[in-house]
Design a protein around this ligand. Sequence first.
Ligand code: ADQ
Length: 458
Amino acid sequence: MSRLIVVSNRVPLPDEHGSAPAGGVAIALKAALKQKKGFWMGWSGKVKSEAAPAALIPREIDGISYQLVDLSQKDLDEYYHGFANRVLWPIFHGRPDLAEYTEARRSGYYHVNQMFAGLLKSLLREDDVIWVNDYHLIPLAEELRQAGVRNRIGFFLHIPWPPADILSTVPMYATLLCGLSAYDLVGFHTDYDLSNFNECLEREQQGETVEQRSRAVDENKSRCAVFPISIDTANFESLAEQAARGERLQKAYPRIAGYDIAIGVDRLDYSKGIEKRIGAFGAFLRRYCQRVDKTLLLQITPKSRGVIPAYLAIQKEIAELVGRVNGEFGTIDWVPVHYIHKPVRHSELAGLYRKARIGLVTPLRDGMNLVAKEYVAAQDPLDPGVLILSRFCGAAREMKSAMQVNPYDTEEMARTIEEALIMRLEDRIERWNAMMTTLRTHDVHHWCDEFLRSLNES
Ligand code: ADQ
């Protein structure tokens, strides 16, 4: 059996308290790695001195092998904080106004990809299958091919692929695009991403369609296809059940018991639409004043990418907005927006989702959005809450029975919150059942199996 080699920017190592990150993607990839042996390669999270040579650091944790790479501060600034998160992330999320392209960032990005390729090549066996994840590593296959690697290589993009007009605002976008043809398989979350990608290739006249969803670029045949990511549904369902009974939540809950809760859970990011959501919640309280003192928004938002100015700006904007809404509607013994600016364990999160009557998942743009799926999986089947979902995330293409909204339309969001609160039990159950049926059959293990099956057939 061929080994599986997973490559991503970060690897899901246990934190300093020994607990591993609980994300479903990591669970599925680790299960595949356990079965197929192989290893997971990525940045260790540590910074090395500029002069120290690039090296792989092997680690073995819970039966999984990791190969870790330390990066220098310059690499981090140019590759990670620079090209990946200040150029590709905003462009791929439709925000070219926030992109800050520089030659140094572009060259740092290619330098780290080249370094990863050199290190990885030294460990490869002939029949290893390589699965590269996300926008940090788009040129990795091209670098591996140039180094003589002929193994099967697949790439999965976890964020959206933008329309051609937006992508082409990146000065060297044609080179970036061309790099993807070195993969045997390129996977996206949705048909929309795939069609944007094909439009980019057509505009650049890169290759030709040889059969449905396959393009040949020079002598390489690179297949592209859609693999909507999901969560570990069964695991999340049981986490939510346990958490709802758990002592910790029971203790925390009396303080918010008796209120109708709308929950928002997102990394702090301008793509998640948090400020528009809080604004819409304020508009809801203004419009339906009978809900004042009875409804609250629980917004859980850990910090992320704090060194980037656009992230500091959105952090400040959200904090001010929370203050404004709480100032306008709060009373001595009631605060409408509970803003928690730190991570919460998945086991606790699952219980909070279950207690919330509304899941408010309203990104301005998102590849998939796993919070939407987690919220649904966590509900009580006999009394499920309602998912309010932005039309502009990958999840909206699958979860048709969510209440879909335009996150830019404050009044529509305010109205939809009220409609969700008064929705009859039978309607809630019907909508929930429709979403759960898909979530149970298309969980993250299905996503992982489908991608690997397709890669092996490429
Ligand atoms: P993200 O942008 O990180 O992922 P998302 O898909 O919502 O977004 O996943 C977030 C994960 O982090 C969820 O599992 C959630 O529970 C967890 N999380 C969020 N806030 C948390 C908090 N306060 N405490 C603890 N956990 C928290 C990227 C893309 C998405 C795509 C995923 C997977 O941007 O579009 O769905 O990858 O491909």
